[in-house]
Design a binder for this molecule. Structure first.
Ligand SMILES: Cc1cc2nc3c(=O)[nH]c(=O)nc-3n(C[C@H](O)[C@H](O)[C@H](O)COP(=O)(O)OP(=O)(O)OC[C@H]3O[C@@H](n4cnc5c(N)ncnc54)[C@H](O)[C@@H]3O)c2cc1C
Length: 475
């Protein structure tokens, strides 16, 4: 990966002024916010910890290969957001058909499941049991609506116990690293598409006619050069007059009289004092709380310590082979298989691998204290090759290279009881009149790219409106 390191020279004038809006984090949310401000002629500067922009939606360049941190497809039901992306990419994208499979009981099934697949997968007696269970829950719920606290409560009430055991339990526990009893129902009830296997089964078995959720759509937008092209384009546009400073970590946020005054940013072992008038944060909410100075009250720090993010290990295996699959994604829900999902970047865009070669990207959901996260790169590569061989997808003799990355804070974890801590933190942060939180990690929300972008744009528009209100009041 060759990213240019931006070095801030303390002897030079910093490339932004004290009336700039300071954006913390150069993922899609932060960059979209800065882009809107820059286009409106408002001075803005983005500070990003990593050497490159894009955050979770970056594309890694490894020799002649490219890959995302888990395949990222752009999809939205908001026409304005779609137009924003299409205009920004200016033709540099493909419209890719979605074709995914799921591996269960030693077989590959189309995903989302089709009725015949679902029946074949379950077998007749289990199908009948699932239908009977579902009916039982329906009748029970029509008499008494009980409160659903966990994912398990919610799924059993909506799909029946048999479906929960077969289709939801293992994959949910793999993704979240928690028993389904400890995963908040809020996540599944608001974003059933996150567990779209359930929707698929419900569609397949019960002809569910609810709103078609975006993640089940058949086509998606994908830049030829990988999803990171969206962030790179945003950066290019912002830099026509404003700064995006990478390799720079925000380490302290100072405040006084309910306003942020300045921040400390560490770049190449030097610490810089950054002043601004509005501060837009897309860095993890828990980090933001921890670096406030003076520190928040103990109960807020305690609440922040109770919120967790799920991390991700990404193992990419490069192969001396034209192609392995014709799939967008392959889901691997079973517990005895440590990886959760794989994709072949070349199926998303031919530019993702050199001619005659391909690669497979495997995602391992984990916490930083887990064995997977702490395994050596060699161990992770070896487990991945073994699993891909077991699935009958590759021969180890085809492996020509590998690249292992660890991605912190990939998913906010909605553990039962999390909302109380979360609300307390939000209530406290509301006290700061010039601090705005945006994005997936920043707002601790399970947002996809479209929503992360929208939170950035909405906040920029709010800042612009406030500035124009103040300037017309002065005139
Ligand atoms: C495996 C996976 C697959 C996904 N697939 C899809 C998909 O197919 N479609 C879709 O729409 N969405 C998908 N998403 C979601 C998508 O990645 C996010 O919605 C989006 O990237 C969030 O952008 P963000 O800017 O809010 O957050 P982030 O990308 O997390 O950006 C936050 C930035 O802040 C930086 N930062 C953190 N701390 C500091 C600090 N102290 N100082 C300076 N900078 C800091 C980080 O380095 C990061 O760049 C997927 C997510 C994952 C994990």
């Amino acid at each position: 990966m060759n990213f240019p390191i931006t070095t801030l020279n303390p002897s030079e004038k910093l490339p932004f002024s004290e009336n700039s809006t300071i954006v913390l984090g150069g993922g899609l949310a932060g960059l979209s916010s800065a882009y809107v401000l820059a286009k409106a002629g408002q001075p803005v500067a983005v500070f990003e910890n990593d050497p490159g922009v894009g955050g979770l939606s970056k594309t890694i360049h490894h020799g002649e290969y490219k890959f995302d941190l888990g395949g990222h497809r752009f999809l939205t039901s908001n026409e304005q957001t779609e137009r924003f992306i299409r205009t920004l990419l200016d033709g540099e994208y493909l419209t890719v058909p979605r074709k995914s499979k799921i591996f269960m009981n030693d077989r590959f099934f189309d995903y989302p499941l089709k009725p015949a697949n679902a029946l074949l997968g379950l077998g007749m007696s289990t199908t009948l049991k699932a239908v009977a269970d579902y009916g039982k829950e329906k009748i029970k719920n029509s008499f008494k609506r009980s409160a659903h606290i966990s994912l398990e409560d919610w799924v059993v009430a909506h799909f029946g116990r048999t479906m929960f055991n077969i289709y939801f339990r293992e994959y949910s526990e793999k993704v979240w690293g928690l028993e389904c009893k400890r995963i908040s129902e809020e996540w599944v009830s608001k974003r059933i598409e996150g567990l779209s296997l359930g929707v698929a089964i419900k569609n397949a078995l019960f002809k569910f006619t609810g709103k078609k959720v975006p993640t089940l759509m058949d086509k998606f937008i994908y830049p030829q050069a990988g999803i990171g092209r969206i962030s790179d384009k945003l950066k290019e546009e912002i830099e026509k007059g404003n700064s995006v400073v990478t390799s720079t970590r925000i380490t302290q946020i100072n405040h006084k009289d309910s306003a942020i005054t300045n921040m400390l940013a560490k770049n190449c072992e030097r610490t810089h004092d950054i002043k601004g008038d509005e501060f837009v944060s897309s860095i993890p909410l828990t980090t933001l709380v921890k670096i406030l100075n003076p520190a928040p009250p103990d109960d807020i720090l305690e609440a922040a310590s109770k919120l967790r993010y799920r991390d991700l290990a990404i193992v990419t295996i490069m192969l001396d082979k034209e192609r392995v699959t014709d799939l967008t994604w392959l889901y691997l829900p079973e517990k005895d298989m440590p990886l959760g999902r794989i994709h072949e970047p070349k199926n998303w865009s031919p530019q993702m691998a050199p001619e005659g070669k391909t690669s497979i990207v495997a995602e391992y959901f984990c916490f930083r204290e887990d064995k997977i996260w702490n395994s050596t790169d060699e161990e992770l590569a070896s487990i991945t090759v073994k699993q891909l061989e077991k699935l009958g997808l590759i021969n180890r003799s085809d492996v020509i290279d590998k690249c292992i990355l660890r991605v912190p804070n990939a998913y906010p974890v909605f553990e039962v009881g999390y909302r109380e801590h979360y609300s307390r933190i939000l209530e406290y942060l509301k006290n700061f009149k010039n601090l705005h939180i945006i994005g997936r990690s920043g707002m601790f929300r399970y947002y996809n790219m479209d929503r992360a972008i929208e939170t950035g744009i909405e906040t920029a528009e709010k800042i612009l409106m406030e500035k124009s209100r103040i300037s017309s009041a002065i005139q």
